[in-house]
Write a protein that binds this ligand. Structure first.
Ligand code: ASP
Length: 324
């Protein structure tokens, strides 16, 4: 008897370990990401009663994720979430930069449908392989959840996009977040001092604003910032050198110590950057840190965002500013 297809779910594959293969299955850490196609990934998925649409967006190690990949993925997500008969989306992705893509998609799409990102820590052909279960869990979550927006489904847990971080590099349960569900939104809500661009504004962006990360640490003297500023003077007068990114730095996100604090010398160097027109904002380098807005009032806080997600937030703010 033919099963009635009732729900349409779209899988967009981008690569990562979930699509990776080890040359020797007894050495699970020695493998290449992004080897299997989306149809190979879903071969053993139980999608009974589901009309599954599958697209290969790219097939890369997520350490190599670029703004142009984000744009392609954003365009496909935007297209599919606006199809009335689509229940939700699944995005397969490498774990290394998943939190950045998750933030980007969540902030720009403002999706009223569920989007499950999923991944694996072990390649597809080794006995420890965790990808098939994660993919199954992602599909099951999309089919039953009442929640919207981007979440990560991994190792039996569901993490909201804002605040999720990879905290282990060697175990299947690699991610942590402030809450496992967006139902408690108080500490994982998106608080930004600038606007987020529309999907259209992101898609027409030819050159991703360059935003660099700076780390506060014992003995941080601001010299790295001054070196960047010196190089920036030249870059600002040069033509754009890369196809997707401007060569001049437009923003700096600082991973501050503790509650987003800065050494005295680093603070002075960052204020010099502000005087030259760069956007500068503070995060905390603590896994669950919050940058206290009152600590260095001249340098805005990115509140609860991690340095990696804070950098994406600033890129989006700069795109929105260009479009204003
Ligand atoms: N290097 C891999 C990636 O991010 C790691 C993973 O997927 O676990 O693509």
């Amino acid at each position: 008897m033919e099963v009635k297809k009732v729900k349409k779910v779209v899988i967009l594959a981008t690569g990562g370990t979930i699509a990776g293969l080890a040359g020797d299955v007894t050495k699970p850490h020695n493998y290449a990401s992004g080897q299997l196609s989306v149809t190979q990934l879903t071969k053993n998925l139980d999608a009974t009663g589901v009309h599954l649409i599958q697209e290969q967006v790219c097939n890369i190690d997520s350490k190599d994720m670029q703004f142009s990949h984000w744009q392609t993925l954003l365009e496909r997500c935007d297209f599919w979430i606006h199809q009335n008969d689509v229940t939700g989306l699944i995005v397969t992705h490498g774990t290394d930069t998943l939190e950045e893509t998750a933030f980007f998609l969540h902030a720009v799409l403002k999706s009223s449908k569920p989007i499950a990102m999923t991944c694996a820590m072990f390649p597809a052909n080794v006995p420890l392989s965790d990808g098939p279960q994660n993919l199954q869990d992602a599909l099951d979550w999309v089919l039953k959840t009442q929640e919207n927006g981007v979440h990560l489904v991994c190792a039996g847990q569901v993490h909201f996009a804002i605040g999720v971080q990879k905290i282990f590099s060697d175990r299947s349960n690699a991610f942590a977040s402030r809450q496992e569900s967006s139902l408690q939104t108080d500490t994982c809500a998106l608080k930004l001092d600038w606007s987020v661009p529309s999907v259209a504004q992101v898609l027409i962006t030819q050159h991703c604003p360059r935003v660099e990360l700076i780390y506060n640490h014992s003995g941080a003297d601001g010299q790295l910032v001054r070196t960047l500023l010196e190089a920036n003077k030249k870059a600002m007068s040069d033509p754009i050198t890369s196809a997707t990114q401007t060569s001049a730095i437009e923003g700096l996100v600082v991973a501050g110590t503790g509650s987003g604090t800065l050494s005295h010398d680093l603070e002075i160097a960052l204020e010099e950057a502000q005087k030259l027109g760069l956007w500068v904002a503070r995060t905390s380098r603590c896994a669950y840190g919050v940058a206290d807005p009152d600590k260095h009032p001249s340098i805005p806080s990115l509140h609860n965002l991690s340095p990696a997600q804070g950098r994406v937030a600033m890129i989006l703010g700069l795109i929105a500013r260009r479009a204003a």
